[in-house]
Design a protein around this ligand. Structure first.
Ligand SMILES: [Zn+2]
Length: 330
């Protein structure tokens, strides 16, 4: 279970705002936590709810006790007054919001305090959003809504304007790496995933996938071949690389790995050895850095970024990658 102190390390502003609203007894009716995936929105909701329902809470103190029945129930995911709403298929439907409201009316007699968290709130249909708006406008009991989204631009202005907005920022590589290590990933892998800017959910998924271990090897192989001769690089691209990296997402992972490779070369040139990500490839990188100059490495990074853009513009992957190989050859 994350604490405010932990969350504060990566999200100092959001944490301070929430702590202040708790300790000064200025809790809003609705919050909108917005920011990229994996930045702590979910953890902040849990902490907030825990403190809200905690049976041992103290004035002026933002931490829950973690020990009381309420805190425990939230930690195990079965507190009766904390409700979660997430997309049912592609969207959050009006019925889901109505169901929630009904439930609140029925149980409203027992306890006044309710918290509901709407995940991926941008996926509310217009009807659902309008239903929610009415709900937010009711001068109701002690109800707190927390809306979570990674795409604030896709939300209705009318909803956004009724919420107190709390922004969650992208994690730095360092914080992301730390988070992944805390979640049980090995140090070196965490460093690589952080350099690839994967959010922690994606990172955990990929870590358990043999596909990625193979992908790493293939990228290293590709670099070997390309540096040997143009024909070898070209052949390897067609015989192995493109067969493994199929589909947009996996092609992007391939490019991310290539980027890390060349960024490591740059680090080596600048003698910033602590920054090297593919530390198990150090010997190879050292060999390469005698062949590829600093300015060449930098311009190849630029080419890789260009390739990523071409793929996003739907240039055929084979063409885009062939062009990149041509550039990588020396
Ligand atoms: Zn408690």
């Amino acid at each position: 279970m994350t604490s405010w102190a932990q969350l504060e390390q990566s999200q100092p502003v959001a944490t301070k705002m929430l702590q202040n609203s708790i300790t000064r007894n200025r809790i809003a009716h609705a919050y909108l936590f917005h920011g990229p995936p994996g930045t702590g929105k979910h953890e902040a909701s849990l902490l907030f709810a825990m403190r809200y329902f905690c049976e041992n809470k103290h004035e002026g103190e933002a931490n829950p006790c973690y020990e009381c029945a309420s805190c425990k129930r939230i930690q195990t995911g079965n507190h009766p007054d904390l409700h979660w709403i997430e997309p049912d298929g592609q969207s959050i439907k009006k019925e889901q919001i109505e169901y929630l409201q009904k439930e609140f009316t029925y149980t409203g007699l027992e306890s006044n305090q309710k918290v509901y968290v709407i995940k991926e709130a941008e996926k509310m249909t217009v009807n659902a959003a309008n239903r929610l708006l009415k709900f937010l406008e009711e001068p109701s009991r002690e109800t707190v809504a927390i809306l979570l989204t990674a795409h604030i631009g896709q939300m209705l202005d009318t909803i956004v304007s009724r919420c107190q907005r709390i922004q969650f920022h992208s994690l730095t590589d360092h914080h992301l790496q730390q988070q992944l290590v805390e979640q049980g990933l090995p140090e070196s892998t965490s460093k690589l995933f952080a350099a690839m800017k994967l959010d922690s959910q994606k990172a955990l998924e990929i870590h358990e996938d043999d596909w990625f271990a193979e992908a790493r090897k293939i990228v290293v192989q590709l670099m070997d071949k390309v540096m040997n001769s143009s024909e070898e690089g070209y052949l390897y691209l067609h015989q192995t690389y493109l067969k493994h990296f199929q589909g947009r997402e996996s092609l992007e992972y391939g490019l991310e790995l290539l980027l890390v490779w060349f960024q490591d070369l740059v680090s080596l040139h600048l003698d910033k050895r602590d920054s090297i990500v593919l530390i198990d490839q150090l010997e190879r990188l050292e060999k390469f850095h005698y062949v590829v100059s600093l300015s060449e490495a930098k311009s190849l990074i630029y080419e890789i970024l260009n390739t990523r853009r071409r793929l996003a513009q739907n240039v055929h992957p084979t063409l885009a990658m062939e062009y990149l190989i041509l550039k990588l050859q020396r």
